[in-house]
Every structure is written in C-alpha cells, then in structure tokens.
Design a protein around this ligand. Sequence first.
Ligand SMILES: [Zn+2]
Length: 278
Amino acid sequence: MPELPEVETVCQALKPVLEGQAFTKIQCNRQNLRYPLPLNMEGTLKDNTITLVVRRAKYLLLHFNHGLTLIWHLGMSGRVLIEEPGTSSVEAGKHDHVIFITTQKFKITFNDPRRFGFLLIRATDQIENSTPFNSLGFEPLSDCSLNTGKLYASLRRRAIPIKNALLNQNIIAGIGNIYASEALWQARISPLRLANTLNLEETNLLLNEIQDVLRRAIAAGGSTLRDHIQPNGNIGYFQHSFKVYNRANMPCHHCQTTLLTKMNQSGRATYYCEKCQQ
Ligand SMILES: [Zn+2]
C-alpha cells in the first residue's frame, strides 16, 4: 500500500512533468473509484495551468491557476505511470482508470486494480479547512512545529497501543502499517505499549526513527525513480527491503536470535521482536 514515502516519490516524479503545464485531455475509463470521479473533470481542469504539485499526508494535490485543486489518493494499490511523448502503448489496460495527456504530450495513467484510490476537485483555498485535511496531524518530515514535546503531549492523551496511535492520521499524518512496524522496531518499543506510557526519551527516539525510516524510504524511492522512470516507468509502488514488515518467523536483525512475531492489531498485521521491543 502506498504510504508517505511512495506518495512523496510519485509527487517528485510528477512535479517536473506537470508544473507549468496543463492537461489537454483527461480520459476517464470508468465513472467511479472509491468515490465517483468528479463530474466533467476534463471540462473543469482542461487547459488550466498546474501551478504546483505537492504532497500532504498520503494525498497528492495538483493546484491549478483557476483556484481549483485536484486531490489524488492512490488508495491501496494505485500506481502512476508516466510515459514520455511518443512512447505510449496504444491500448489502455484493464485497470487504467484515468489517463491524462499534458501540453507536452506526456501521458499519465492512474492504474488501480483494487479501486480504493480516488480523485476529487476542491477550491484550493478551502482545502485546509475541509475534511480530511482539517484534522490531519503533524507532517512528520516537513512540519517545523513537530518536536518531541508536541508528540509526547499528543501521545499522553491516548490510552491505545502505540502502533495504533501511529496509524491515527490525526496524530501524525502519512504513516501506514508498514512504516509504523519499522519505526517501532528501530526504536525498540513494543507495538503493544500504550501510547500514554511512553516517556519523553522514548518519544524522542521514536520520532527520530519515524523520520529515519521515512527518509530512507524516500531516498530508495528516489533511486528507483532515477533507474526506472524512463521510459514507461511505473512509479506508483516499490518493493523496499523492510527490516520487520512481512518477515514473520525470520530472525530479528537487532538480536539475531529471536524469530520475529506477527500479530493482529485492530485488523492490521503487526511485526515485531518480542525480545528487543519492550
Ligand atoms: Zn530482536
């Protein structure tokens, strides 16, 4: 599932292709994904210049010069394909739901087999005040106001397992199931610990490890991007090498002796080392 680093990588790939350009054609091959696609998306956006492409939490935001923003969520399985002019295959694939053509004739395809992704159009100046953006928590890498004290204060109010707290987008935005497990393992904190039992030192360590796993994943995505974007690069989803995620019954990389445990927390798989994480 695309989490913050994957969405950031897609954002970085789309930026040079879209900023300063416009869509000359938007082809919708179905009417709905998780939600109905915007009515007359092509008529609403076509020929208007895209001024800025940014990421907020797991959302891509394409701001247009006429005061509208296209909100794009990749869902569980969304992939974005950027094809250079003249390199495109002719036929759209079964899960190629939306195809954008830019002024410079780049073809951008949104492929999403499970269709949990979505596209919405909103007035740019209303985004921060509307759901879900008005309740999103700290942006873990770029929010200058995020520090150990703020996170500690936020966690103090939550008598829920720290793993679940990390998945709560109203505390920190953009962390999903994979990087929550990875950060807790790096910080040697049990996913079962209640969030309000972490002390200041542990909170500081956890924040550092969250930022570390996200930065390393973005760097890996960036290198994947350089290797694979041209031509016909699929930039939606990468298989990173994870330290604990999906490694049940394999040795822990900290202690080398304990086999990693997989358990279920609120319907989501959690991977951890029973010995190293307390
Ligand atoms: Zn261990």
